[in-house]
Design a protein around this ligand. Structure first.
Ligand code: ASP
Ligand code: MG
Length: 391
């Protein structure tokens, strides 16, 4: 292999001891591969802490300043790792996103990479240096620092793989690959050797914190060779690749991020009130799904994180309405082709029926079954996992 990109996530580099493990790993790879580019995240909870600190100063900090602040987390890791590698006798250099030529659009906090000018990177690689790039950031045409969205260092890594035409991109974290379910919830969850980009995309969209979904899109578009591996073990790993047509269940996830909000009025709801509700939500950037009006009530689903804001906004305008909310469970079963016959859906529905679970919505695509229901317990997910995956 000629060129590889290695990405290390926040928990793999949380302290100096772990940083040392990472340095040794980078060195062992450098002994085998000519060009090594390393992308790092901020250490541990650094980004969360920086956000909290900013919020102590202002309830709504400017987005430009937030990008300026949050980008420092990754810069700290990059320079520390470079110091360590140089001390160990392996010439290294750290680069910020802009020094690495990562040009983005003008959207602060969720910027997209337009292009990467690789001159500087290539010059440093030619000198034999290990190049460490601060992930999650770039620069826009106004010369302002931008960030790519939470978890965006994965996207930096795959974008660099594409720009440098690197042979492989390893995404290192503290788990040894992609699992069939969250191992914290399902103890018998198994590691997958391979998964397709489409399946990985569905898992990421289902809310599982695995890979940044834009890195998967990029990987798919440019047919990249990506491997998710553990920083702390040479075993295992999951290869993310183009297409595996096996029609089997790869993963089951559950999240509880949606709530149904119901607004009940003592008398009939008028059309203009419905408009006011909808527009109030829109003006405040709140996405309301499955919005519907019945005689004296309005119901919609929204992100659980927004529920207090929604209540506050609507209670102010409609003090005579009663508002209630209910947390929903979203079960996502992923596997290319699993909806082609009814067997898997049938088995799932039978288990949900056995536990008297009230289903709200079922959504099928080629690669997933998504079921929205009232409160699905972990035991139920376990039973479904057992039936469809462990067998
Ligand atoms: N440090 C950023 C975050 O916590 C980016 C990343 O970790 O990839 O979201
Ligand atoms: Mg991450």
């Amino acid at each position: 292999m000629n060129t590889v990109v290695l990405k290390f996530g926040g928990s793999s580099i949380a302290d100096n001891i772990k940083l040392n493990v990472v340095a040794e790993k980078v060195i062992s790879i450098k002994k085998e591969v000519k060009n090594v580019v390393v992308v790092v995240s901020a250490q541990g909870k650094t980004t969360d802490n920086l956000i909290k600190e900013a919020q102590e100063l202002s309830a709504i900090p400017e987005e430009r300043e937030m990008d300026m602040l949050l980008s420092t987390g990754e810069q700290i890791t990059a320079s520390k790792l470079s110091i360590l590698l140089n001390r160990k006798g392996y010439p290294a250099i750290s680069l910020t996103g802009w020094q690495a030529g990562i040009m983005t659009n003008l959207v602060h906090k969720t910027a997209k990479i337009d292009q990467i000018c690789t001159e500087r990177l290539e010059k440093e690689l030619e000198k034999g240096k290990i190049v460490i790039v601060a992930g999650f950031q770039g620069i826009d045409e106004k010369q302002d620092i931008t960030t790519l969205g939470r978890g965006g260092s994965d996207t930096t890594a795959v974008a660099l793989q594409v720009a440098l035409n690197a042979d492989k991109c390893y995404i290192f974290s503290d788990v040894d690959g992609i699992y069939s379910a969250d191992p914290n919830m399902i103890t018998v969850a198994k590691r997958l050797d391979e998964i397709s980009f489409d399946e990985m995309q569905e898992i990421a969209d289902s809310g599982a914190k695995v890979l940044h979904n834009r890195c998967i899109q990029l990987g798919k578009k440019f047919n990249c060779d990506i491997v998710a591996k553990s920083t702390f073990s040479d075993q295992g790993g999951t290869k993310i690749c183009k297409k595996i047509e096996s029609a089997e269940v790869k993963s089951i996830t559950k999240n509880e991020k949606l709530v149904t909000i119901t607004m009940e009025k003592p008398t009939l709801i008028e059309e203009k009130e419905v408009y006011t509700i909808y527009q109030t939500l829109l003006e405040n950037n709140i996405i309301a799904e499955a919005f519907r009006k019945e005689k004296n009530e309005v119901k919609f689903r929204t992100d659980k994180a927004e529920q207090n804001k929604v209540r506050e906004l609507l209670e102010k305008q409609f003090p005579y309405c009663e508002m209630t909310q209910e947390i929903l469970s979203k079960l996502t079963i992923v596997g290319y082709g699993i909806t082609q016959d009814n067997k898997i859906l049938n088995q799932t529905i039978n288990i949900l029926k056995k536990y008297d679970i009230e289903i709200i919505d079922i959504h099928l695509t080629q690669s997933k079954i998504e079921i929205l229901a009232k409160q699905i317990s972990n035991d139920v997910v376990n039973e479904i996992h057992e039936k469809l995956i462990t067998k």
